[in-house]
Design a protein around this ligand. Structure first.
Ligand SMILES: O=C(O)CC1=CCC(=O)O1
Length: 259
């Protein structure tokens, strides 16, 4: 599994899929790693050359101490694209991954062809949301916050219907470095891309979860309204629509990206 340097840290990435097809970058949410996209890769890999990576602070990537910024998180994507030889790519990100996509579309639009922005926002929460989480994780680690996260990420019905899936994601969250998690929370706390996203001119699909308490459909609608020509689809899911509504998600995303 390859790694590349980005700034002061190392980013882990993986390339799979069809080398004759366009590049597709997948960017995960807070508290997850590249396994986050396992339900999508099988569906997309015949039509795309897929570049998955672990966001800094997560999975096999480095987790430096301190606050991160979206300039760093977006720079990490450009570093893995350079390392993999992807001059341009389509981009799909969920939650923090979607905010990373907005940052890239504003700051490096020439590197991207299409955007899929899922369960995300140009500004997700504020200091009153993120600072207590940063403080808790720094003092007591990830375990005390994990059940609250899982409750926001999946509806109660899904948690009952697919306990093994929920256990897999819970284990992923628990494996996350507290320093890395806190660093990414600081990036979310400090970022507001609402003014900048008005300039985005890339073809864009916005995906919302009808029951998402973390990034409610109103945040998705704000993105749709700001990006000319963008389309929005609302799926029957809480925050992780790529897992809770995997069939509908895969249909909507692959139709858009292949269109
Ligand atoms: O963890 C949450 O509550 C929701 C979330 C916000 C950004 C992200 O990636 O997940």
């Amino acid at each position: 599994m390859p790694y590349t340097r980005s700034g002061e840290t190392t980013i882990h990435y993986e390339v799979t899929g069809n080398p004759l097809k366009p590049w597709l970058v997948l960017s995960n949410s807070l508290g997850t790693d590249i396994g986050f996209w396992d339900d999508q890769v099988g569906v997309l890999e015949s039509d795309f050359r897929i570049l998955r990576y672990d966001t800094r602070g997560h999975g096999g990537s480095g987790a430096p101490e301190g606050d991160y910024t979206f300039e760093q998180l977006g720079g990490d994507v450009l570093a893995v694209m350079d390392a993999a030889g992807a001059d341009t790519a389509r981009f799909c990100g969920l939650s923090m991954g979607g905010t990373t996509g907005l940052w890239l579309a504003i700051n490096a639009p020439q590197r991207f062809e299409q955007l899929v922005l899922c369960n995300t926002g140009a500004k997700i929460g504020d200091a009153s949301v993120w600072q207590p989480r940063i403080d808790a994780v720094k003092s007591d680690g990830i375990a005390p916050i994990v059940e609250g996260v899982v409750e926001r990420w999946f509806t109660e019905g899904f948690r009952q219907a697919e306990p093994k899936t929920v256990d897999r994601i819970r284990a992923m969250i628990l494996r996350t470095s507290p320093a890395g998690y806190a660093g990414c929370c600081a990036a979310l706390r400090d970022t507001d891309l609402r003014a900048g996203m008005q300039a985005i001119r890339l073809p864009t699909l916005v995906v919302a979860g009808a029951h998402d308490p973390a990034t409610p459909p109103a945040l998705s609608e704000e993105i749709r309204a700001a990006i000319p020509g963008s389309r929005m689809v609302t799926l029957p899911a809480a925050h992780l629509s790529n897992i809770e509504a995997r069939a509908e998600f895969n249909d909507a995303v692959s139709d858009f990206l292949k269109g």
